[in-house]
Design a protein around this ligand. Structure first.
Ligand code: GLU
Length: 579
């Protein structure tokens, strides 16, 4: 899940690569490295973050180079395992995103043929394979080398005696940016935005020869044409714009993101396919899974469509038959498990739909239909605006399937998201910040809202947080309740309101401090909770959106109070391209 950047052109490569890698750190940040070619190929690599070690790259000269920011899969994060990896002679360098599944066998064979390895990574086999096939033409050598690889890769390769960069892709993203007298390659478009809007997305099996003036792409036995796309995302959206962290900036973008995403989805072929499908299966991971669970409650309630929601990572173990429409929900469009699930669905002739935030990402090529969320680049590792954008898609789908019956609510609900940004959470933040364990509970669609609230809290504050269906706590977790375990209880008007009040009383009776999230002025709730977080009166859609935003802010401010590394929490990375 690392990030890679390549540059070839008229300017010094290293500073451009450093800036590009900084934009990609959300994909991995345990170590980094750069190789440039001047008269010789020079490599620098190091454990730690490029953003804190920029000075390490100042001596690298040359107008062509490749760089990498890593999220280790094979071999611990240290200087030796950092990319680029080189061959035995040090004259071929590669950076790689993905996993080479047959690396152990290849490594054994290469060792037997005399190659010396200097890292524990799977990646290093690529450098040695290129070395074996190199006879003066790097493109030919890469083309031969990758025929031995099984697994996923986006690779950039350079050689001492070849002035080009060779790129190859299979199941890991790679995009080429076309500038004026220069070309760039990167894992996503964010490092390219400072330099160009013209991009070419490589496809699986593509091998590209990149020189300053042109890019030639091969697939199979011959050259192929790939269309040039224009990127609309602006440079500022990939920068912090005065906010302390990307996460809080992205939370504040949510009213606009909701509005733009919902209004861009119109009735048409995808909605018609949903009307015809009879049932739906949603597959996703992490935050996207929680958005899908919310959709299930609403689609069944409002549209009477049976909806199943499955974790993409478990989907491969379920025994078919599969029927209806299968929908993969993935912010990056590259989530390996979600893509595998959609491939399985295709084998059973199910209609497939991808919901993603990233133009031309892998999911869009696999699915029959695509719906784009309009969140713009999400840099913070913890997903926020991409979640609200997914909810915008889901709520708009429900509206369209009901022939616009929720049109009025949809037109004003983004303003309620705006209102929820201003709610005072200090009491709740103090209570969570003191705790080692926090429970989040809700019923109906507020149950997945609680799951998402707990996920946000654990991933950025490192406080152990559990999301639970409120009715389930008495079946075991009650044993953990005490005055040291705050419970965040979502108690908004609706069919579960009365029974939620009873559940809150039961939890309070076990000593747990209760932080109630409800409607302001709700006396009954205010009387039984210790801390009340009051939302303005709202429709169910508004309640779901506002309480989701409030829980994002609660996690953010708690993590900030505890001095956590909010945008880059430990051990995590965005865009999970490995299974
Ligand atoms: N498998 C490679 C490594 O461990 C690349 C990691 C990645 O793409 O996340 O270094």
């Amino acid at each position: 899940m690392c990030g890679i950047v390549g540059y070839i052109g008229i300017r010094e490569a290293a500073p451009i690569i450093v800036e590009g890698l900084k934009r990609l750190e959300y994909r991995g940040y345990d170590s980094f490295g750069i190789a440039t070619l001047n008269s010789t190929l020079v490599t620098m690599k190091k454990c730690g973050r490029i953003s804190e070690n920029e000075h390490c790259a100042v001596d690298l000269e040359g107008k062509v180079g490749i760089g990498h920011t890593r999220w280790a899969t094979h071999g611990k994060p240290d200087d030796l395992n950092a990319h680029p990896h080189t061959d035995c002679t040090g004259s071929i360098a590669v950076v790689h995103n993905g996993i080479i599944e047959n690396y152990a066998e290849l490594r054994r064979e290469l060792r037997e043929r005399g190659h010396a390895f200097s890292s524990e990574t799977d990646t290093e086999v690529i450098a040695h394979l290129i070395e074996e096939h190199y006879a003066g033409d790097l493109f030919d050598a890469v083309r031969e080398a990758i025929t031995h690889l099984e697994g996923s890769y986006a690779v950039l390769a350079m050689a001492q005696d070849d002035p080009r960069i060779i790129a190859a892709r299979n199941a890991s993203p790679l995009v080429i940016g076309i500038g004026d007298g220069e070309l760039l390659a990167a894992s996503d478009v964010t490092p390219l935005l400072d330099h160009t809007r013209k991009v070419v997305f490589l496809e699986d099996g593509d091998i590209a020869t990149i020189s300053p003036e042109q890019i030639i792409i091969w697939n199979g036995n011959g050259p192929v044409e790939r269309s040039v796309s224009m990127i609309e995302w602006d440079v500022e959206s990939a920068k912090k714009g005065g906010f302390e962290h990307f996460m809080i900036k992205e939370i504040f973008e949510q009213p606009d993101v909701f509005f733009h995403t919902a209004s861009s989805l119109k009735d048409g072929a995808v909605i018609d396919a949903m009307r015809e499908c009879g049932s739906m299966i949603l597959v996703s991971c992490g935050t996207s899974y929680h958005a899908a669970l919310i959709f299930r409650y609403l689609a069944e309630k409002y549209c009477s469509i049976p909806v199943r929601v499955e974790l993409a990572s478990e989907f491969k173990y379920y025994t078919p038959p599969l029927q209806g429409m299968v929908i993969g929900v993935t912010q990056s469009g590259e989530t390996a498990d979600t893509i595998a699930a959609l491939k399985k669905a295709r084998q059973f002739n199910c209609t497939t739909l991808g919901i993603t935030n990233v133009l031309d990402s892998s999911v869009t090529r696999i699915a029959d239909h695509t719906i784009y969320t309009r969140a713009g680049p999400e840099i913070s590792v913890a997903a926020t605006k991409s979640f609200i954008a997914q909810l915008a898609v889901f709520l708009q789908i429900i509206n369209l399937l009901q022939d616009n019956q929720c049109e009025e609510v949809m037109a004003m609900v983004h303003r309620q998201i705006e209102d929820s940004l201003l709610i005072d959470l200090q009491g709740a933040v103090d209570a969570c910040g003191r705790a080692d364990h926090v429970f989040f509970v809700g019923r109906g669609p507020y149950y997945p809202v609680a799951l998402e609230g707990a996920l946000k809290m654990k991933e950025i504050s490192y406080i152990h947080a559990e999301g639970y269906a409120a009715g389930e706590l008495k079946h075991g977790p009650f044993a953990l309740l005490s005055e040291k375990t705050p419970v965040i209880a979502l108690c908004l008007p609706g069919e579960s309101y009365g029974v939620m009040l009873s559940n809150i009383k039961e939890m309070k009776a076990r000593g747990a401090p209760i932080i109630g999230i409800g409607i302001e002025g709700d006396r009954e709730l205010e009387e039984i909770v210790d801390i009340m977080v009051g939302l303005p009166k709202c429709h169910l859609f508004g309640g779901i959106l506002m309480s989701s935003v409030v829980l994002q802010l609660l996690a953010y401010h708690t993590a900030r109070m505890l001095g956590r590394d909010i945008d880059k929490p430990r051990n995590l990375a965005k865009s999970v391209t490995v299974e």
